[in-house]
Design a protein around this ligand. Structure first.
Ligand code: NAD
Length: 272
């Protein structure tokens, strides 16, 4: 007999990703929407989560009480904001459940809090939950390892919709980390996040980032490896947010049977 459906809570339920997650849970086997949470003061509190996501009523009213929503839940899908994700990770640790974190723009203090919560919760965190981008990360690491930093410059270019609040994107940073890993260097010591004015020539061995914002672009990423007389470009285009939502649900189902700990999508996809 197959396991009963995994009971999932969507936090940030009225957001772009929150609504996509609600539609994806309804479409995927093995999972069910247990509760939907929004921030205090949200105009969507009390509204039906299914109706808001365009599915028709599903009887799950959006609440601003995560503690109650987590009772009897098995997992939390979280694409919100850094401070909110830290608070949810503490509740997930208390409840000993799965916490899938897609939130980007997190700093060192947030990451430390997630790692502390992962002593009791099963946390899967990734700046990008799609199979394609995680594969692109593996390819970027291999390319960076193969091409000498003295002769090849690495630049990461990304574009997102006008509402995005953090830069570079979590995915651009994920790709930068992959390139740094391939070169056996620390990204923090070698990244160039901004260029403006008289910058002087490019320093060999650095990894540059360029950020574009506008319109409704879901996510475009390119890693350029520029050598003397040739350029290799590795790129990914997201044309539908459901790729991230399907990845998040897949991560929750994978973590259901895992030990408490801090995992990435590479673990989930068997690419680690
Ligand atoms: P959004 O602004 O549309 O949605 C965020 C929602 O979270 C909002 O509805 C907001 O009210 C809610 N929220 C904020 N604080 C909350 C709290 N304390 N409790 C409950 N709800 C709260 O943003 P979005 O486009 O859906 O993106 C959300 C996050 O996910 C961003 O950090 C984005 O970069 C990231 N993201 C990650 C991936 C990935 O694959 N990892 C993919 C897409 C987006």
């Amino acid at each position: 007999m197959s396991a009963p459906d995994m009971k999932l809570v969507v936090v940030g339920a009225a957001g772009r990703m929150g609504q996509t997650l609600i539609r994806t849970i309804a479409a995927m086997p093995g999972v069910t929407l247990h509760a939907a949470v929004e921030r205090e003061g949200s105009p969507f509190i009390g509204k039906d989560a299914g109706a808001l996501a365009g599915l028709g009523e599903n009887g799950v009213a959006i609440t601003d009480r995560p503690l109650e929503a987590f009772v009897d839940a098995e997992g939390v899908l979280d694409f919100t904001a850094p401070a909110a994700s830290v608070a949810f990770s503490e509740l997930a640790a208390q409840a000993r459940i799965v916490h899938v974190i897609g939130t980007t723009g997190c700093g060192a203090e947030h990451e430390a809090a997630f790692k502390a919560a992962a002593r009791h919760a099963r946390i899967v965190k990734s700046g990008n939950m799609s199979l394609g981008v995680n594969l692109l990360g593996v390819l970027t690491e291999q390319a960076a390892r193969a091409l000498s930093p003295d002769a090849w410059d690495i630049e990461i270019v990304e574009m997102h919709h006008r509402h995005k609040v953090d830069a570079p994107s979590g995915t651009a940073l994920l790709l930068g980390e992959a390139a740094a890993k391939g070169r056996c260097i620390a990204l923090a010591d070698h990244s160039v996040r901004v260029r403006d004015g008289h910058t002087g020539p490019r320093e060999a061995g650095t990894i540059g980032f360029a950020t574009l914002r506008g319109g409704s672009v879901i996510g475009e990423h390119s890693v350029l490896l520029a050598g003397e007389g040739e350029i290799v470009t590795l790129s990914h285009s997201a044309t539908d947010r459901s790729i991230f939502a399907r990845g998040a649900v897949t991560a929750a189902l994978w973590a259901r049977g895992a030990k408490p700990g801090f995992y990435s999508m590479l673990d989930v996809l068997g690419l680690a």
